[in-house]
Design a protein around this ligand. Sequence first.
Ligand SMILES: [Zn+2]
Length: 282
Amino acid sequence: MESVSCPICVDSSNIPIFTKPSGRGEPFTLVRCAWCGLRFLDPRPDENEIVAYYEREYFTTRTDRGYDNYFSPPVRSEIERVIALNCADLHLDDLERAIPGERRSLDIGCAAGYFVNYMRDRGWRASGVDIARDCIDFAADRLSLDVAFGNYLDMSYPHRFHLITLWATIEHLHRPLDVLRKAHDDLADDGRLYLTTCRDDRWTFGRLKGAAWRYYNFPEHLFFFSRKTMIALLDRAGFAIERFLTYGSGFGAPSSPLRRIADSMAKRWAMGDMMLLSARKK
Ligand SMILES: [Zn+2]
């Protein structure tokens, strides 16, 4: 276990909020930065210890924290539906029109490569990177994608990218600021960063649920950003937000009428417990 300080404020102190067990019953404490309010786990498993939480079951066994067989066709098509929706909301077609010649994308935390595959189908030279070995094997062997196993911070690339994406990834990262700074270096000057993460904010459907919020999965999720703290972190890494939306409610069973109504209210009133944004270099 290691102790953690706010990546935005560095010298600030941490105020405990509550303690909640992991799937194995170990207690983890959520704290907030006294200065900026960013929420995160402190202490937390270090980068070597966390690997044990991402064994194969994380992607293949239905729990409230992992996926119900991530490799199955229904899960894949649901992920692809959300990907297409997110790209339309962020005006990916505008970005494509602005890039003459070869378009290059990189998906950090690409898992089984569904987004890499989506971009390749759109005509991009698409790459991905992930620390989950089973997922990378699936993406490389079954989908023949250009994906690399390992930590993004250890990677170097022969060219810069026009689009770098972090889909529901940044909340898992031990060093989110380092990753965003490297993404800034790896991004072309007129490129875009697309990012989604769970949104821990005052006026969201999630706040109504307190510690039972669907995204308080300790210790798989290490950071819980609000709109304000996300903007502050991006700013420190040299990015300015271009578009910002929220979506998702977590109310009712998936695809139930209650879920559909709550999701549509969440998106319209910006009360979603997920945020979706595009950013560019300042
Ligand atoms: Zn802070």
